[in-house]
Structure formats: C-alpha cells, structure tokens
Design a protein around this ligand. Structure first.
Ligand code: UDP
Ligand code: MG
Length: 316
C-alpha cells in the first residue's frame, strides 16, 4: 500500500459516459493545486453506457484514479457509501459526476475545512436546474430539513461537500440519506460551515431524478429525525404518547363506569365508549412498542459496538 493520501475525492457515476473525461480533466488539476497526494475514487453505479470503459482507460493513464464497479444500479447513496469505505484520505470530498459541480471550488473548500471545521457544505446559490420539478421542491425540502434537524444549511442536496474522514467513516447510509450526513453526524458534535459554490447546467447525459425524489427525502427525514432524537431512548417518545392516550382512555372509561354502575345511565347509546376503548388500546400499543424499541436500540448499539457518545480529546 502506498502512503496515505491527503485527499480522497469520491464521485458517483451512473450513465455519464460523455462527462467522465472532461470531469477528470477538471478534477486532477483542481486537486493538484492543493496536493499531489490525492486519490479519486469513481464508483460506477451499474452504468449501462460506456462509462466503465472510460473510467478503466483513465485509471490506466492516471493510477490515482481508482474505480469501483457495482454489479447493478444501487443508487447514489450506496455509491457514496462504497467510496467512503474505500477512501483512505484524511479529507474526503464528494461531488457529482455530471460536471454540474465545479471542481474549481475544491481548493477553497479544503482551505475552509482546514480553518477547523469538520464539514464544509456547498451551497448552489445559483442552481441550474428545472424550476418547477427541482428547485421549488428543493427549497421547501431544505426549509423542512433545516427546521427539523439542528444543522442549518441552505442547500442539503448539494453533493459538493468536504469532510474530515472521521465524520463519514463511521456513518451507515441508507435510502436517500447522503444529504443528511451533516445532520446524522451532528449527534457527535461537528462544526459545519457552508460555502457558496458554482453550479452549472447539465450539458450531457440525463438527470436521474424528478419530483418523486422530494417525497423520498422527506420520508428519510422522519427516520433521521427519529434516530437523532430518540434512538437511544425510544420509550421516552412512544411511552409518553402511550401514557397520555392510555390515561385519557382510562379516565373516560372510569367516568362511564361510574355513571353506569351508580347512576343507571345506559352505555349502549354512548359512542364515547368506543373512544375510551380505542384510547386504552392505543396506549397499550404505544407503551409496548416503546419497550420493543428499547430492546432494538440495545441490539443496535451493542451488536455493532456503537457508542452513544463521541470523544474529541482525552488529557491524562
Ligand atoms: N447517480 C448514481 N446513481 C444513481 C443516480 C445518480 O451514481 O442511481 C449519480 C449521477 O451519475 C451523478 C450524481 O449521482 O453523478 C447526481 O445525479 P443527477 O445529476 O442525475 O442528479 P441531479 O443533479 O439532477 O440532482
Ligand atoms: Mg446533476
């Protein structure tokens, strides 16, 4: 194994044949401005055009370009994840493989990271995508993400980001979650900076996403929010809802019972009885769900030795 590279750049590629060579011709000089000790990890996410052949040829010419070829199309998040597993650099940079992100922004982002940040996120302040299907949904999604998580950015979806490697090395990504890396990493306390970056229209190949992605992103947000806030104490959320609901139901049932037993009020024409029963059921359900989730949380943390804390330094 050669020396540890200073920078690993991770770039997912799915049917980007016409973009690959021009992209590498921009990336290599941009990284060379920072250091010669870098690696570029391109992940071919099951492309069905000539992307892989192009990457293979580039790898032969420039050994710092490494290629991971997926057997099938596993998606952009999986591609990033594979890149993170392979990356050995102290700094890890992610970007898209379609030339929409501008490699010329990289040196400034690395400089910002070296000011002492753990993550530098790009902000496509002049985004070159379709207004109705991409930009507007993205503005709304960004607002929602910013309100629900404790990392506040203008543009979570921008792939161009720079990370200190320890931030991404221990994160497991699922679904559409690569955009939530700053939020997911926030549990361990990270310093995040945002930086305006250039964004260019797609000139070749096709975009792989439409409006449907926004829905998936919002669903993933619910998962991320839950994992961040309650994954180590699920009973506190499920149990709380369960107790409230159960107590309400019990109180209602008690009133109805007293009326029936001591005041001879018939119950057959009291629809509120149904509500009482329902509330009690929901209460029992939620409390037992919370207990099951507690068991799961223990398996989750202990089976993978995932600590519930993150240490920055120890002085002893
Ligand atoms: N991509 C991928 N796998 C997929 C879809 C996309 O690796 O299943 C890559 C794609 O090649 C590109 C990046 O992810 O490098 C962003 O995709 P795209 O440009 O289509 O997204 P947009 O910029 O329209 O959000
Ligand atoms: Mg794109």
């Amino acid at each position: 194994m050669s020396a540890v590279p200073e920078i690993s750049l991770v770039v997912p590629v799915y049917n980007e044949e016409p973009n690959i060579e021009p992209l590498m011709r921009e990336i290599v000089p941009a990284l060379s401005r920072i250091t010669d000790n870098f690696e570029i990890i391109a992940i071919d996410d099951g492309s069905r055009d000539g992307s892989y052949e192009k990457l293979k040829k580039l790898h032969a010419e420039e050994p710092r370009i490494k290629v991971i070829r997926f057997r099938a199309n596993f998606g952009q998040t999986a591609a990033f994840s594979a890149g993170f597993d392979k990356a050995r650099g102290k700094i890890i940079i992610t970007m898209d493989g379609d030339l929409q992100n501008d490699p010329a922004d990289i040196p400034a982002m690395v400089a910002k990271l070296n000011e002492g940040y753990d993550i530098v996120a790009g902000w496509r302040y002049d985004r070159q995508d379709k207004l109705l299907s991409r930009k507007i949904p993205s503005i709304i999604a960004n607002k929602i993400i910013s309100m629900t998580t404790n990392v506040h950015l203008h543009d979570y979806g921008c792939s161009l980001k720079a990370f200190r490697s320890e931030v991404v090395k221990n994160i497991k990504l699922y679904g559409e979650m690569h955009r939530f890396i700053p939020a997911i990493a926030s549990w361990m306390g990270v310093d995040v900076a945002e930086m305006k970056v250039n964004h260019r229209p797609r000139t070749a190949g096709k975009s792989k996403y439409g409006i449907g992605r926004t829905v998936r992103v919002v669903l993933d947000l619910i998962t991320v929010k839950f994992l961040l806030s309650y994954s180590t104490r699920p009973i506190q959320i499920f149990g709380f809802i369960g107790l409230i609901s159960g107590l309400l139901g019990f109180a209602l049932a008690l009133i109805l019972s007293v009326q029936r037993l001591f005041f001879d009020t018939p119950l057959s024409n009291r629809p509120i009885l149904l509500l009482a029963v329902l509330l009690i059921f929901i209460g029992v359900q939620f409390v037992s769900m919370g207990l099951l989730a507690e068991l799961q949380a223990r398996t989750y943390h202990e089976s993978q030795n995932k600590p519930i804390y993150a240490i920055k330094e120890i002085l002893e």
